[in-house]
Design a protein around this ligand. Structure first.
Ligand code: ADP
Length: 453
């Protein structure tokens, strides 16, 4: 087992890794930017190294500095968290070349799944259903339009290297197409340095359903149930829950089998997520695989009792994962992401000093956060400041707990999405579990518009 893990990340996920490592008797190293000097991950790690100025390019994305920090502190493994370098195959290679274990899948697995067009092709070759579309990247606008006409409008043009909702454009008809295509391509180029795009049918009211995968180097590969992440704004997840209100045991078996088949086809090792779309008619399609721990992993941890971070560490050290069959799913779990954003100002980030910070609690309530009273939310990074996860015996109980949790989560000094999320909990469609990825553009649109007291 590892002696010392360096965490190449910040915020709540850095704390989450520190907790898992500490429980396993492993030492930790925090790296931090000048903007994160007062962060809890720096305080709670055994060792810490400042790796540069605030901009991520010069700190959390600076590979030579992170490797140097690992070497100086004697770390034998690096956990990348999510975001930053988590899905950077070159970083995983450099770790290996430096004699440091990258806690995650192999560079090859990251590369195959990181290119969404290549991932699609891999799934097609293994009979996992994918959204109808071009088999691979398209050559140019005419080639792309050809596929669009063949599969029928509306279509979505997606960056092969895409992520975080960037590099995606919907085209409603042929007139709209050329413009959307150019926009997607230029956004892909500027965000990912890679203008490769492909075309997919745009589903009207799908649910986003993803399966948590866990695999090890001893040939085990299972899923740990699904998460329904349909409540999104601009393709970004706001609320996740499990089980999906749309799930049946039969559908879980079919989708879960497909997810595991897809992961096994690349001999996946570690924690990963197979993201799928479930259409209104019950068809489901592979969308992409995320080769890392995800923000919403606590939903699965509460539902199954499996500590996914510890499993990641075990598997990376070459040990067997501690569960080899899908565990029983216990009750219902809902997660809300709390962002320092102002819903009244189009969700623009609201950095600054937190004066009052009262956390919710109680039976079945988990909060993962790096914030505290007196903490200053820096303007440089993601605006998420906390995740609240509530578990009940059934969905109604989980929902009631979440309402109470949001009511008693008091943050002053910065604006947050807490009041907005509280209103979503009260919405009759959400309360009935009747949502899809366009919910906040259709039935739920009023939730984004109404002034929040
Ligand atoms: P990213 O990697 O940027 O997160 P994804 O491919 O995971 O992008 O898609 C993010 C979200 O975009 C999905 O959850 C869904 O809401 C929407 N989306 C993606 N592809 C389609 C599609 N073919 N039809 C309808 N919605 C889609």
């Amino acid at each position: 087992m590892f002696k010392k893990i360096l965490i190449a990340n910040r915020g709540e996920i850095a704390l989450r890794v520190i907790r898992a490592a500490r429980e396993m008797g492993i030492q930790t190293v925090a790296v931090y930017s000048e903007a994160d000097r007062e962060s809890l991950h720096v305080r709670f790690a055994d060792d810490d190294v400042c790796i540069g100025p605030a901009p991520a390019r010069e700190s959390y994305l600076n590979i030579p500095r992170i490797i140097a920090a690992a070497e100086i502190t004697g770390a034998d493994a690096i956990h990348p968290g999510y975001g930053f370098l988590a899905e950077n195959a070159e970083f995983a290679e450099i770790c290996a070349a430096s004699g440091i274990t990258f806690i995650g899948p192999t560079p090859e697995q990251i590369r195959t799944m990181g290119d969404k067009a290549a991932a699609r092709a891999t799934m097609i070759a293994n009979n996992v259903p994918v959204v109808p579309g071009s088999p691979g990247p398209v050559e140019d606008v005419d080639d792309a339009l050809g596929f669009a006409v063949e599969i029928g409008f509306p279509v979505i043009i997606k960056a092969a290297a895409g992520g975080g909702g960037k590099g995606m454009r919907v085209a409603r008809d042929a007139d709209d197409f050329a413009r959307s295509f150019q926009l997607a391509r230029s956004e892909a180029l500027s965000a990912f340095g890679n203008g490769s795009v492909y075309v997919e049918k745009y589903l009207d009211r799908p649910r986003h359903i993803e399966f948590q995968i866990l695999g090890d180097t001893h040939g085990n590969c299972i899923h740990l149930g699904e998460r329904d992440c349909s409540v999104q704004r601009r393709h970004q997840k706001l609320i996740e829950e499990a089980p999906s209100p749309a799930m049946t045991p039969e559908l879980r078996k079919k989708m879960g089998d497909a997810a595991v088949l897809g992961a096994k086809s690349i001999n996946y090792v570690g924690a990963g997520t197979m993201e799928m779309l479930l259409d209104e008619d019950g068809s489901f399609y592979f969308m992409e695989m995320n080769t890392r721990i995800q923000v919403e992993h606590p939903v699965t941890e509460m539902l199954t009792g499996v500590d996914l971070l510890k499993e990641q560490i075990r598997v990376a050290a070459g040990e067997r994962m501690s569960v080899t069959e899908t565990p029983p799913l216990r009750g219902h779990v809902i997660e809300c992401r709390i962002n320092a954003e102002d819903p009244a100002r189009n969700f623009q980030p609201s950095p600054g000093k937190i004066d009052v910070f009262n956390l919710p609690g109680g039976n079945g309530v988990r909060v993962d956060t790096h914030a505290y009273a007196g903490y200053t939310v820096p303007p440089y990074y993601d605006s998420m400041i906390a995740k609240v996860i509530c578990q009940g015996r059934d969905r109604a109980e989980a929902l009631a707990k979440m309402k109470m949790a949001l009511e008693t989560f008091i943050v002053q000094g910065v604006m947050t999405t807490i009041p907005f999320l509280g209103r979503v909990m009260d919405d009759p469609h959400f309360a009935a579990g009747d949502v899809h990825t366009k919910f906040l553009e259709t039935d739920g649109a009023y939730l984004l518009k109404e002034p929040i007291p």
